[in-house]
Design a protein around this ligand. Sequence first.
Ligand SMILES: Cc1cc2nc3c(=O)[nH]c(=O)nc-3n(C[C@H](O)[C@H](O)[C@H](O)COP(=O)(O)OP(=O)(O)OC[C@H]3O[C@@H](n4cnc5c(N)ncnc54)[C@H](O)[C@@H]3O)c2cc1C
Length: 451
Amino acid sequence: MKPLMTRRDVMRLMAAAGLGSAFASRTVADEAVAGADVTAELKLIASSTAQRYPAVLSGGKVIQPQRPLPIFHETDVLVVGGGPAGFAAAVASARTGVRTALIERYGYFGGLWTGGLVLYVEPTHAKINNQWIKTTCGIGDELLRRLADIPGGIVHYGAGQRNPTSDPEATKYVMDEMITEAGVNLFLHCWGVDAIMDGSAIRGVVFESKAGRQAIVAKVVIDASGDGDVFAAAGAEHEQRLHAIGLVHRLGNVDRTDKQALGKSGIKNLGAETPLPGVTWINLRGPSANCLDVNELTRLELEHRRAIWKHVQRLRQTAGGEQAYLLQTAPQLGVRTSRLLAGAQKLMLADARAARQFPDTIGVGGADWGPWPIPYGTLVPAKLDGLLAAGRCICVDAKLIEDMRLIATCLVTGHAAGAAAAIAVQSKCRPRDIEISRLQKLLKDQGAYLG
Ligand SMILES: Cc1cc2nc3c(=O)[nH]c(=O)nc-3n(C[C@H](O)[C@H](O)[C@H](O)COP(=O)(O)OP(=O)(O)OC[C@H]3O[C@@H](n4cnc5c(N)ncnc54)[C@H](O)[C@@H]3O)c2cc1C
C-alpha cells in the first residue's frame, strides 16, 4: 500500500511551515529535498597548505622523518580517553577551575559502558556487617542520579538498590551535559598516539585526527585510555595481560518471546534487563586475546558478530522466539584488560580483602566481600612524572583486576585522578608530591566517599 505521505512530503510541509532549517534539516532529515539548491552547504574551503612530511621507504625500511608538530591546544590538565574514568577525571578537574581538556578517539563519552554496551554498573556498594553501603559517590553517583531523572535512563538506582543498569544513549546524553557544564575543552575523534616528553616528565600528548598529527601541551596528563596508551608511549614501566575479549549485543522484543517454549528448546539466556521495555543486553566473554594486535581484533570482531548473528537467527527460528530481533552489536569490542601501570604502589588482593586502610586513600571500591580502600599510589607511575593513570589500567595485583576494572570503580579512580591533577597544577608540583590531606578534602568536598 502506498504511504499516505512520504518523508519528502513531510519535509516539504515542514519547510513551508518554516521548520525546515531549524529542526528538520539538522536533526531529522538525512537528505535534501529533491530539487533544492544545496550549493551553500557545499562551500569550497581552502585545502590545508601545511607542510607534509611523509614517511619514506629507504633500504627496505619505512622511515618517518623528524618533523615539527603544530600545537593545537595548551591546557593545565589533559585527560586522554572519555570512558567512565576519563569522564569523571575531566569533570573533577574542571570543577576546580583548572583548565582541563579531554581527547577521545570516538565521537561520544562512556567508553565500554556506552560504546561497549556494558550497561550494568557495578559495584556501587560494599557489604559491611550484612548492610550495603554506597561506595560510588561524588561525580559517578551524580551521573547515576541525573540518569534517574530521565524516564528510561536507568533502572535499579535509588534507596535500597544497588548496581543499576543504564541506557547507553541516556548515559551519553548526561555525560555530554555534565562535561560541558564543567567547562572541559572537548576534542572528539582524536586518537592519542604519542607522549611529549621533557626529560622524565610528560608534557602533553600527540594525537591523530583527520587533520593529521598535532600536539596538546599540558602540565599534567591523565591516562584514562583503558589500555595505558599514554604511559606506554611515555616509557612508564607497566605490564600487559591478556583477558577475554568479547562483544556485547542488545536484543529487541524480548517481552514478546515465550520463555517457557524457548526453554524447552534449550534457549535460556535472553540477556539482562535494560531501561528500555523489551530490550536486553547480552554479555559475551570471548577468548583470552591481545588488544594490541589488530589481526586478533579483526578476527574477533568478525567471529563474534557472526556468532551473535547466527545465535539470534536460531532464536528467531525457534518456537517462542520469532518476535525477537538483533537490535545492535556494540560499536566497540569488549577489551577487559591490557596494560597495567607499574605504580608507586600496587594494591594487593589480600590488602583489599582485609580492607586495609591507607594514609593516601582516594576512594573505596565496592564488593560483596566488603569495602576496599584504594591508595593514591596506584594512580601514580613508579618513576615517570606529570602523569596519572585512572580506570582499568591502574596498578593492582592480577587477582584484583576483576574488581578494579568494573565501571563503578573506574568512576571512583577517575574522580580521584582528576582532583589530584588539579591540585598538582594549583600547587605547581609533581602529582606524586601533592599534599594528600588537601586531595582528600577536595574529594570529600566533591562528594566522594573515602570510608
Ligand atoms: C565484555 C565486557 C563486559 C563487562 N561487563 C561489565 C559489567 O557487567 N559491569 C561493569 O561494571 N563493568 C563491566 N565491564 C568492565 C567495564 O566496562 C570497563 O572496564 C570500564 O568501562 C573501564 O572504564 P575505563 O574508563 O577505564 O576504560 P574504557 O571504558 O575502556 O574507556 C576508555 C576510553 O578511552 C578511549 N581511548 C582509548 N584509547 C585512546 C587513545 N589512544 N586516544 C584517545 N582516546 C582513547 C576509548 O575510546 C574509551 O572511550 C565489562 C567489560 C567488558 C569488556
